[in-house]
Design a protein around this ligand. Structure first.
Ligand code: FEO
Length: 405
């Protein structure tokens, strides 16, 4: 990999990760992910954000550094905007190669360095909001604390000379980059792919912290941002506002209103709940509202979460299982709770065999999510004609409510 030139003093280095490993040990990345680091070169050299030793990432970054005539030993400052190990896991190895570089992060970040990496407590500097670092030749970096974006210690680094904002996880996405990194180098189809992957990344990683996304954007709004440089995904030099606006839109989904779409999340043991769901779909289609279907547990929660997060309406279709909720739905609702999937308009339906029982379990699981509920509909065994008519009407009612969103 070669370094990518942002200006004659600022460079992007990236490692493409292709793996069957799960990101954070939870989220699948079938199209990979990039780990981006950056160099700002004045009289001194700053390396911004690191990598973990994952699918040859250190070698990829080293090759990119070498392509601009730098090696790890030449780095004067290592700036760590965020301490999650995808950006810091290689810290001990970096330290073995470079014993002189000052490692710069927030005070909370220093605590995490000590707890994760047990490094000697030398060569570490804590910075706070508004502190600067003069690299010489007109390159002055400014640090802005952006707590809970998405960890408590996070900060964003600003290079005034180039107008580049180094944001680490914020404004990032899943998806490897290949030979290109800049927004103007990808075609429309590729941008559609990265938009889907940025939504999934946001829903999976950032959604619980949406209020802090809004707070950070507000804090930085006076800067003349000419390039947004995240540590995952595309570098936005042509139209940085695209990704900033996109993230602000995603942040609003956390409190509603979301998109006028319906995510139908369903599980069925022998097809009777699915038969009822088909009637609901007929009602939705009559209103022309777009919908997506997500069978659980077949579909990975990462994708279910992404669809639910952006949709104003949800249908949760599940059978009663041993007097309680269908277990895969219980897992989905637990994740929804953790990721703050709030403010939705929701219809719950399902079939039961001997006796119902999902209701009580369900109501306990969704407490606090501030959902607007349509009246639930359950039936014994297969849905009869009267039930199918009622289910179709309920689907239409939901679609109309979503259109009013
Ligand atoms: Fe990319 Fe929160 O680490």
């Amino acid at each position: 990999m070669k370094a990518h030139v942002i200006t004659d003093a600022v460079f992007c280095l990236h490692a493409d990760i292709e793996t069957t490993d799960l990101f954070e040990g939870i989220w699948p990345i079938p199209s990979g992910v990039s780990l981006n680091s950056y160099v700002v070169r004045g009289e001194k050299i700053a390396l911004i954000d690191l990598i973990r030793d994952w699918i040859n990432a250190p070698r990829q970054i080293e090759d990119a550094l070498n392509s601009i005539g730098i090696d790890f030993e030449a780095v004067d400052y290592l700036i760590l905007n965020h301490m999650e190990p995808d950006h810091t896991g290689w810290l001990r190895e970096f330290r073995e190669k470079n014993t002189k570089a000052e490692i710069i992060t927030t005070a909370k970040g220093l605590n995490l360095i000590k707890s994760f990496y047990k490094t000697p407590e030398t060569g570490l500097r804590a910075v706070k909001d508004g502190d600067t670092l003069d690299l010489g030749k007109g390159n002055v970096l400014t640090f802005y604390e952006t707590p809970n974006l998405h960890w408590p210690e996070t900060m964003i680094t600003w290079d005034n000379a180039s107008g580049t904002l180094f944001t680490c996880d914020a404004f990032g996405s899943f998806g490897k980059l290949g030979e290109r990194v800049f927004d103007d180098e990808f075609n429309k189809e590729e941008h559609v792919f990265f938009e889907e992957e940025s939504l999934r990344y946001y829903a999976n990683i950032v959604s619980s912290f949406s209020v802090f996304v809004e707070r950070a954007v507000k804090k930085l709004e006076s800067l003349d941002i000419r390039c947004v440089a995240p540590s995952h995904g595309i570098v936005w030099r042509k139209d940085p506002q695209t990704i900033i606006s996109r993230y602000l839109r995603y942040a609003t989904y956390a409190k509603g209103p979301a998109e006028q779409e319906i995510a139908l999340i369903w599980g069925s043991m022998y097809g009777y709940t699915r038969r009822g769901l088909d009637a609901v779909i007929r009602g939705i289609e009559r209103e022309g509202v777009p919908y997506t279907l997500h069978r659980i547990p077949d579909e990975n929660i990462s994708y279910v979460l992404s669809a639910a997060y952006k949709s104003a309406g949800l249908v949760l279709a599940m059978p009663t299982y041993e007097y309680a909720m269908f277990p895969p739905m219980a897992y989905v609702l637990d994740i929804f709770h953790r990721k703050h999937i709030t403010g939705k308009t929701v219809l719950r339906i399902g079939s039961w065999g001997w006796v119902g029982g999902a209701k009580k379990d369900y109501e306990a699981a969704i407490e606090g999510l501030k959902w607007n509920h349509l009246e639930s509909l359950e039936w014994a065994g297969a849905p009869g004609e009267a039930e199918q008519i009622a289910l179709e009407a309920r689907g239409q009612e939901l679609a109309r409510a979503v259109k009013r969103n």
